[in-house]
Design a protein around this ligand. Sequence first.
Ligand code: PMP
Length: 291
Amino acid sequence: MATCVYINGKIYTEREQATVSVFDHGFLYGDGVFEGIRVYEGNIFKCQEHIDRLYESAKTIYLDIQMEREEMISIMVDTVRKSGLRNAYIRLIVSRGVGDLGLDYRLCKKPTVVIIVDKITLYPPERYEKGLKVITTATRRNKPDSLNCQIKSCNYLNNILAKIEVIRAGADEGIMLNNSGYVTEATADNIFIIKNNILITPPSYFGILVGITRQTVLDIAPEQGLKVETAGLLVHDIYNSDECFLTGSAAELIPVVECDGRSIGKGCAGPVFKGLLQRFRELTKTVGVQV
Ligand code: PMP
């Protein structure tokens, strides 16, 4: 049971041997797309949704993956099987491939497909009760008309710059605003608030990655008696929310209890959050593709 890496047709079980060329445009220019996917008790959670998002990101950057979605899923299943891990994190990367130096996409004839299956480091369980302290970052989220955040691209510098601010400030996470000052998302997670039993999250066109965990929460919220809205949020709305939480494949749902020094709600995980997390965790073992 160990790390397993698929690279263009071969599977490696030694990390040191799982390497790609320095002439890969993914390395040279961040020219590629990726997905982060979870495996729960042998279930690849929301597998099809992740594959669809990958292919949509690739289409927008004019990258032909040269492989059908079904084949990609079957290779992913195989790689997870070979790892022997029942609970894992999958990092699926498709880069433009190896080519001479230069921005011309035609220099790369074949995309590089990498599937890393590994263990995952999670937030410790008490964080799901005690929550995170966040700050708003000075780094604004990429403008969608420059680099659309809906493309899950291999260039994460925008998010990394925000994360550097978070770390330097001693906070747990950062909320990124768009150029109009509206809340977009955290550095690698989407954001939700609850106000008067209404669940609110920013819409895609505000400049966010449209998270698969975010969509799952939007789907289960009505079952929990919540009204759902996608609407513009200002930091004022975060400070004065009843509850606030982040969502992402790695973090799942995690509460935010403080933002810029303002305590949110009761300062710990709220009841609506707890209900949503419980339902979410039930789904993780059933919705997806079984290995
Ligand atoms: N926003 C960003 C910028 C992300 O990188 C991610 C993924 N880590 C998310 C949101 C959450 O997306 P998902 O729920 O699909 O993991």
